[in-house]
Design a protein around this ligand. Sequence first.
Ligand SMILES: [Zn+2]
Length: 173
Amino acid sequence: MSDSIHWFVVSCASEKEAQRRAEQMLGWLVERGVVAAQACPSTGLYPPGAAAQGYDSGIEFCGVKLVRERTVFHAGDSGLDGLVCPQCRETAAAEDIAWDDAVGSWFAGQDDVTLSCPACERASSLHDWQFLPMPWAFGNLGLGFCNWWLDEALIQALLKELGVGVCQVHEHL
Ligand SMILES: [Zn+2]
């Protein structure tokens, strides 16, 4: 059976800041009974807490995965078909644009990476391009809800708590 992860991704100014925000968000989730305070030693996930909803207790790989380092949050086996230019809204096929070089440069530590559009020839920040068929995100803080179908109220509360610049990614493994 395949797994899915619903990611909430933020780009913090530094890895130290990402660590701090991760601890803060974990505290927020524990306080609300969404997750337990201790990660499961076998999966590394924080299991659903007493007030959690929307998960299947029969699935072992279930809980919150906390990422605190520079990570490319991709859509997993949904793959990559193309990218939408944030300026002209044209879709470039994945093979017609140097997305992999841009992603590699970002991962290597270059924060201001841009990607040039084959249609309008304008360069835009990698963060502003829309990946198809499913969005990707680039950040150093990630909260991943593994095999967990969140209700809308919790999604909205998380978005509010994480603040501006949060991206959601649905990874399918
Ligand atoms: Zn364009």
